[in-house]
Design a protein around this ligand. Structure first.
Ligand code: SDX
Length: 427
């Protein structure tokens, strides 16, 4: 076992170095404070590992992403979302029989309690779907209170309920926000086709299932299915460390994903492209603003904490834009603008020096627009895709013998001890 020696104030501390499957190394500092009195400080945790994990491997320098060792490119080409979800959660690709059983369970658990519709009726119509879906996932706990987090049968049932019902909740939030009739899931449709049908079918214009869009949705959700210890996954692990029920931990993950620096970026990218299109802004001026430290504007969909090269998911998403738009005979001017922005940025010294490349969110909105998904539903689409990853990570942390309450330390920089001052003596 390799170690690293810390010598401080005459104390010597040998800390073990942990080596991962792909050669990544970490200093195990779990004994640092008790042996030296020191803690570490790492705002944003850019240098800090929260756990060991066997689920997803990323290499940010080489642009590698693998789920349970399988490259995401291969899964995007050969798999379907439910199969990839099974792989992430159970650790192996399912046999045909296992996948069929999984699909039957997802179908059997696709309805929500009828009383939940009243919740939707009382949200303001303009409510953001992320707030609705996060609240409704927490509400699932009230309808299924029997969850025991160490009962495998219960957990598998809860996992299936979450994976299946989140689609129904998302589509229902869209339909009710439009004042449209709610469309129920159908037993004869696959996971992705069912979602599109629940979103767009209506009594006077039946929705025609288009295989191009069903395939695109499978790939979209495969690409979003997990991404190791990102902000929302770390939130699920942290909230789960308090031994709360899985519904609450997932609801916290949905809330964490919402922000424009994280999953909300897919909505922010389209809003940025629409503004450029509407104003006829010059792409070079947009890039200049993105570089200007005095301007809060950032090029949304660009940059990543881990990837310092092209996000492998963005490469696939970009190709999918072309194939889907060509098959549907759609020309989206926003795609032209996105391409111009990428071309200009990738030849600009600032972006090159800062290792800023398109991430998963830069092109994903173009694909969602082609499906007819409204912009304010984009991050909900990300959440549905990320759900199997959150579940897999929660299960892995629950099964980790080192699983304990997550409670970071701090360095206090506030006032030294002082005393209470009666109000009449304050000024
Ligand atoms: C996701 O973690 C994950 O894995 C997330 C995710 C997942 O699948 O779970 O991949 C999904 O969230 C993708 C990221 C989506 N967010 C965006 O597209 C928002 C735009 N991107 C940035 O805000 C930023 O790049 C972050 C938040 C993604 C990452 O920021 P970091 O790692 O905290 O880096 P930073 O903000 O400290 O920036 C480092 C430098 C700064 O310049 P300097 O002060 O060092 O000169 O790069 C600059 C930043 O100003 N920079 C950008 C930029 N992103 C970083 N400048 C212009 N435009 C940008 N987009």
């Amino acid at each position: 076992m390799e170690t690293i020696r810390v010598i401080y104030e005459g104390k010597v501390c040998e800390l073990p170095v942990i080596v991962g499957t792909e050669g990544e190394k970490a200093i195990d500092i779990s004994r640092l404070r008790q042996t030296t009195g020191l803690i570490t400080l790492d705002p944003g945790f850019g240098n800090t590992g929260s756990c060991t994990s066997a689920i997803t491997f990323m290499d940010g320098e080489k642009g590698i992403l693998r789920y349970r060792g399988i490259p995401v490119e291969e899964l995007a080409e050969h798999s379907i979302f439910t199969e990839t979800a099974y792989l992430l959660i159970h650790g192996v690709l399912p046999t045909r029989q296992q996948l069929n059983q999984f699909s039957v369970l997802l179908n059997d658990n696709s309805l929500i309690h009828e009383d939940m519709q009243f919740f939707f009726q009382n949200f303001p119509r303009a409510s953001h779907p992320m707030g609705i879906v996060s609240a409704m996932v927490t509400a699932l706990r009230s309808f299924y209170p029997e969850l025991k987090i160490n009962d495998e049968e219960e957990i598998n049932l809860t996992v299936t309920r979450l994976l299946s019902k989140i689609r129904t909740l998302a589509a229902m939030s869209y339909k009710i926000s439009r004042g449209h009739k709610v469309i129920y899931p159908r037993p004869d449709l696959t996971y992705c086709a069912n979602f599109l049908n629940m979103m767009f079918d209506n009594p006077v214009r039946p929705y025609c299932i288009d295989d191009t869009l069903v395939n695109a949705l499978n790939v979209f959700w495969i690409l979003h299915a997990d991404h190791e210890q990102n902000c929302s996954t770390s939130t699920v692990r942290m909230v789960g460390s308090g031994r709360v029920n899985l519904y609450a931990a997932i609801s916290a993950g949905i809330a964490a994903l919402w922000g424009p620096l994280h999953g909300g970026a897919n909505q922010a990218v389209i809003e940025m492209l629409e503004k450029i299109h509407r104003e006829g802004a010059n792409v070079r001026d947009v890039i200049l603003r993105a570089k200007d430290k005095n301007d809060p504007f950032r090029l949304m969909g660009f940059g990543h904490r881990v990837y310092k090269t092209y996000d492998p998911r963005a490469k696939i998403m970009k190709k999918m834009c072309d194939s889907v738009l060509q098959k549907l005979k759609i020309h989206d001017p926003l795609l032209d603008i996105a391409r111009q922005l990428e071309e200009t940025a990738l030849t600009d010294a600032y972006f090159i020096d800062h290792h800023l490349y398109p991430n998963v969110d830069f092109y994903s909105g173009i694909v969602l627009r082609a499906m007819g998904i409204p912009t304010n539903m984009f991050t909900v689409m990300f959440a549905i895709g990320r759900l199997p990853g959150w579940i897999a990570q929660w299960k892995e942390s629950r099964d980790d013998p080192d699983w304990r309450l997550s409670r970071p330390r701090q360095i206090y920089v506030g006032p030294a001890q002082t005393h209470y001052l009666p109000i009449d003596r304050r000024h």
